[in-house]
Design a protein around this ligand. Structure first.
Ligand SMILES: NC(=O)c1ccc[n+]([C@@H]2O[C@H](COP(=O)([O-])OP(=O)(O)OC[C@H]3O[C@@H](n4cnc5c(N)ncnc54)[C@H](OP(=O)(O)O)[C@@H]3O)[C@@H](O)[C@H]2O)c1
Length: 259
């Protein structure tokens, strides 16, 4: 049995990961801010015979991320996998993006990932084992119009994982980055709730369950990079080889913002 902590597990990709992990007999520790949701999901997993624990926390709090790891270890004796998944989106030109929104995206998507990763890394170092899985985005590999700040936070996550892979090379510790494409979750509802506008994606979409299945495969066989929608890897490769050509291609995948 693996012990897996997941940030942003009250909805979307994080919740799909928690359900998939518990369904196959691993222990899922669900963290997010909305404790009522976490409690309901943990109760449902337990009722189905799975092992789960809810730890309410905000990823922008270093103390909350330390508590997430401490409560996990207290309950299950160790932490095998940390899935740093909590994240928020936004859509606008750079000029029109207010600085407080920029700071919020950096706090949740980047600082939140760093706090969760660091809390896990401290535990992994003690255990001499552990696997960090960071849920980034395909726009962290190749930015699209209207996503400059979000893409910057997602590219920063890629840099974190690459550095950790170098730091942990030759040790039992593993780090992976997951690059989903547009996924049907509450992500766009959260943008509407927090910022009052609607964003519609263009181009292909995938389900949260398909991302969760890719994450589960990565737990079983750790990989540096996971592209749950396989063809998305080609975009990352093309962007490295011919970024100018990629500029033209990604005009197809832009998002549309409506009031
Ligand atoms: N949906 C997409 O199209 C897409 C595509 C590529 C990558 N991703 C990435 O996938 C990850 C998950 O997104 P999703 O699509 O599943 O979105 P979602 O359905 O909106 O879920 C986001 C989760 O993050 C949590 N969260 C937000 N702010 C938080 C904070 N400050 N502290 C703790 N938890 C927080 C939310 O829970 P609470 O509100 O309860 O705290 C929720 O559980 C994100 O990192 C996102 O960037 C999404």
């Amino acid at each position: 049995m693996k012990v897996v902590a997941i940030t942003g597990a009250s909805a979307g990709i994080g919740l799909a990961c928690a359900k998939a992990i518990a369904a196959r007999g691993d222990a899922a520790v669900l963290s997010a801010r909305r404790s009522d949701r976490l409690d309901a999901e943990v109760a449902a997993i337990r009722a189905a015979g799975g092992q789960a624990l809810a730890v309410t926390g905000d990823v922008t709090s270093e103390a909350d991320m330390a508590t997430l790891v401490a409560r996990t270890v207290e309950r299950f004796g160790r932490l095998d996998v940390m899935i740093a998944n909590a994240g928020i989106g936004y859509h606008d030109t750079l000029e029109a993006t207010p600085p407080d929104v920029m700071r919020c995206l950096v706090d949740v998507n980047l600082m939140g990932t760093l706090y969760a990763a660091r809390a896990a890394a401290l535990q992994f170092a003690q255990q001499q084992s552990g696997h960090l899985i960071v849920v980034s985005s395909i726009v962290g590999r190749r930015g699209i119009a209207g996503s400059s700040v979000y893409s910057a936070t997602k590219a920063a996550q890629a840099g974190l994982v690459e550095s950790l892979r170098a730091e942990w090379h030759g040790t039992p510790l593993r780090a992976s980055a997951v690059y989903p494409i547009s996924t049907a979750t509450e992500f766009h509802d959260a943008i509407r709730r927090d910022y009052g506008f609607t964003v519609q994606g263009r181009g292909p979409r995938q389900t949260a369950d398909s991302v969760a299945q890719a994450v589960v495969r990565c737990i079983d066989a750790p990989k540096p990079e996971v592209y749950p929608y396989r063809r998305a890897r080609a975009l990352a490769v093309l962007n490295s080889l011919a970024p100018g050509l990629a500029d033209r291609l990604v005009t197809r995948f832009g998002r549309r913002r409506t009031p």
